[in-house]
Design a protein around this ligand. Structure first.
Ligand code: IPM
Ligand code: MN
Length: 372
């Protein structure tokens, strides 16, 4: 019976899209890891992705999208057919599933944190500890453009970049707010204002106008090509990077490679206005070549689940999970040990952090992880 004046916390309702290849294996470990924090989830699985498309002929129906809207969050493993497979037309799943979810659910920030674990081998760069705020609903991803006279010598293809003041402003504002919350002293806008003068001008003006409201934060700018050099040579320069959709896509693969590999890279596709669920997914793909071998690294999926917990209002559990992932990612003996063993190590550390010797000390005893 519920006591008067207290409310029983209801389990968070999470839609699970395991997807293709290693997706289901890594999301299984992510769920185990969440369970070990004691946070209760009520999950429902959705068969979506390349395999589901080949069976049903459907990428994402309006009905399924409507059902997904009712969840508190969506956890996604990976989607995509095996590389080289001709069965699924190029772009069909990307546009029809992943981008459709980003656009329809207004997941306008793609938050991607990177921190190099201690002792990570090259090409990892020590001192890299940054978060990318990637605009996630506009830019060249919006799908503006078309083709004329296809297959002829006179073919024309255009692919525009859509940048709205509303889209740019809310993304940059999120970046400054994040820096302020985390006491990060610098926000770097990355663009290509010397060539993309129309879109670049909108981004640069909006950035400068917003920066004035955050006098304690240094507003920094780099062209995207120079940013690549700085990421490799001076990664410690960066705190928060804010950038457009396509630059963010490319920079986050580079940052992933420089911080221990894409097997660690997590992401949160956020609807900060909370008009619907946000979506959490590892940055890596379906990796069909290693699916079923038990060798996929689940840390990116587990870290994405930690970001989900934070978004769901479970910061303590999120920090515990994130700290466990950070510790495990520094255990280089574990990196070859397989999906389940890595999951076990995370679960063990989470349990230890909540163990009886620590109880009663609240957050003092909790290793503080950085999410996002
Ligand atoms: C990513 C992926 C996607 C993107 C693809 C799969 C559409 O590369 O999440 O970074 O380009 O955004
Ligand atoms: Mn990408």
């Amino acid at each position: 019976m519920t006591q008067l004046g207290t409310t029983q916390p209801r389990p968070h309702r999470v839609a699970l899209i395991g997807g293709d290849g290693i997706g289901p294996e890594v999301t299984d470990q992510a769920l185990r890891a969440v369970q070990s924090t004691g946070v209760e989830l009520e999950t429902e699985s959705f068969e979506l992705g390349a395999a589901a498309y080949l069976t049903s002929g459907e990428v994402l129906s309006d009905q399924t999208l409507a059902r997904l809207r009712d969840f508190d969050a969506i956890l996604l493993g990976a989607i995509g057919p095996p590389i080289g497979s001709q069965e699924v037309p190029a772009g069909l799943l990307e546009r029809g599933l992943l981008l459709r979810l980003r656009f329809e659910l207004d997941l306008y920030v793609n938050l991607r944190p990177f921190a190099t674990p201690l002792g990570a081998p090259a090409p990892a760069r020590a001192g890299l500890d940054l978060v990318v705020v990637r605009e996630n609903t506009e830019g060249p991803y919006a799908g503006e453009g078309g083709v004329l006279r296809r297959g002829t010598a006179a073919e024309i293809a255009t692919q525009g970049s859509v940048n709205t003041y509303m889209g740019v402003e809310r993304c940059i504002r999120f970046a400054f707010e994040l820096a302020q919350r985390r006491s990060i002293s610098r926000v770097t806008l990355v663009h290509k204002t010397n060539v993309l003068t129309f879109a670049g001008d909108l981004w640069a003006r909006t950035f400068a106008a917003l920066a004035a409201s955050y006098p304690g934060i240094e507003a920094d700018y780099l062209h995207v090509d120079a940013a690549c050099i700085h990421l490799v040579e001076h990664p410690e320069r960066f705190g928060v990077i804010v950038t457009d959709n396509l630059f963010g896509d490319i920079l986050t693969d580079l940052a992933g490679a420089l911080s221990g590999g894409i097997g660690l890279a997590a992401s949160a596709n956020l609807n900060p206005a909370r008009t619907g669920p946000s979506l959490f997914e590892p940055v890596h793909g379906a990796a069909h070549d290693i699916a079923g071998t038990g060798t996929a690294n689940p840390l990116a999926a587990i870290r994405s689940a930690a970001m989900m917990l934070e978004h769901l209002g479970e910061p303590e559990a999120a920090a515990r999970l994130e700290a466990a992932v950070t510790e495990v990612s520094g255990m280089h003996s574990l990196s070859q040990s397989g999906t389940a063993a890595i999951g076990d190590a995370v679960v063990e550390l989470v349990a230890k952090a909540a163990g009886p010797e620590h109880s009663g000390h609240g957050s003092d005893s909790t290793p503080q992880g950085r999410i996002g």
